[in-house]
Design a protein around this ligand. Structure first.
Ligand SMILES: Nc1ncnc2c1ncn2[C@@H]1O[C@H](COP(=O)(O)OP(=O)(O)OP(=O)(O)O)[C@@H](O)[C@H]1O
Ligand SMILES: [Mg+2]
Length: 286
């Protein structure tokens, strides 16, 4: 569907982006390139700037005046604190997944997922909820791919957290997002649901070539599912490289006592990684 683009252009380019909230530096001269088809983890302790960075990538927040830029899919999102004028088109190509799912609980899963096509369908049709057979088929396919086709007509609020998150991911499939930005999508889920959500994201990344950036509190999940990790501390990038290299000792070096908050070493990240069936990212890291 969204095969990786045959181009040298990065899917995401951030250049010298800074963000200051009332004197507090939430992002500190962040620069990074993410190639089309990569699956990248964004890690860092609470307050390190993960959500802020993701929001800037989607053009939901603006960097400090006069500095920095963000380009996504070869199109300017923002530059020097100003939003690009054609941001709507770029936004329609970027799917956002939130920790709290952002589904309308009283509506069926199907309807929630169909809102993914709102960037493409005329306003009058979306307001009246009239979707074409083709759109419905696309939604059902998406629900099937995330493993909850049997829940299509269930109210979203009746699903478990993990199922709701997979519905939110299905919505980005219907949107035909070429980039998925997921802000702590597993933070409120149990370990089994967390794995299923991460597996779903990893599968979409591998099968469709969709670029995925996912912020995570737990390094274990970054190591297991994301070949590359970008680590933030106080708004600055302090590590950008293979997730497999993030040993407990490197994490302690990078984060000091904060390393514990990332669930590393102390809880035995190695046993987590080796104690389960081999994951996609592990193979990629090998
Ligand atoms: N709207 C805002 N107004 C003021 N300060 C903010 C705002 N949003 C974020 N901040 C500050 O910016 C810094 C980075 O916050 P951010 O939410 O990006 O961190 P995070 O890594 O996502 O943390 P968490 O793991 O808790 O979600 C923090 O110091 C936070 O207090
Ligand atoms: Mg956050």
């Amino acid at each position: 569907m969204n095969a990786a683009m045959p181009t040298d252009k990065p899917a995401i380019r951030v250049s010298k982006l800074s963000k200051t909230f009332k004197g507090c530096k939430a992002l500190e001269t962040v620069s990074l390139d993410i190639a089309p088809g990569e699956m990248v983890a964004l890690i860092g302790a609470s307050g390190s700037g993960k959500s802020t960075l993701l929001r800037h990538l989607a053009g939901l927040a603006l960097g400090d005046d006069g500095t920095g830029s963000v380009d996504v899919l070869g199109t300017r999102v923002q530059s020097r604190g100003q939003l690009a004028s054609d941001i709507r088109r770029t936004r329609s190509r970027v799917g956002f997944v939130f920790q709290q799912f952002n589904l309308v609980g009283r509506l069926p899963v199907m309807t929630n997922v169909l809102t993914g096509s709102l960037g493409r369908v005329p306003l009058w049709r979306s307001l009246t909820g009239r979707f074409t057979t083709e759109e419905r088929r696309l939604a059902l396919d998406a629900l099937d791919r995330v493993g909850i086709a049997d829940k299509s007509w269930t109210r979203a609020s009746a699903l478990s957290g993990g199922q709701q998150q997979r519905a939110a991911i299905a919505r980005t499939l219907v949107q035909k997002a070429e980039v998925i930005l997921a802000d702590e999508p597993i933070a409120s889920l149990d370990p089994v649901s967390s794995r299923r959500v991460m597996e779903t994201l990893a599968r979409i990344n591998t099968e469709d070539g969709v670029t995925v950036v996912v912020s995570l509190h737990q390094v274990d999940f970054a190591i297991r599912y994301c070949p590359r990790t970008i680590a933030l501390k106080k708004g600055a990038v302090i590590y950008d490289g293979p997730s497999a290299a993030l040993t407990p000792s490197l994490l302690r070096e990078l984060y000091g006592s904060q390393a514990e908050e990332l669930g590393t070493g102390v809880q035995g990240s190695a046993s987590f990684v080796t104690g389960l069936p081999s994951g996609l990212a592990l193979a990629a890291n090998a």
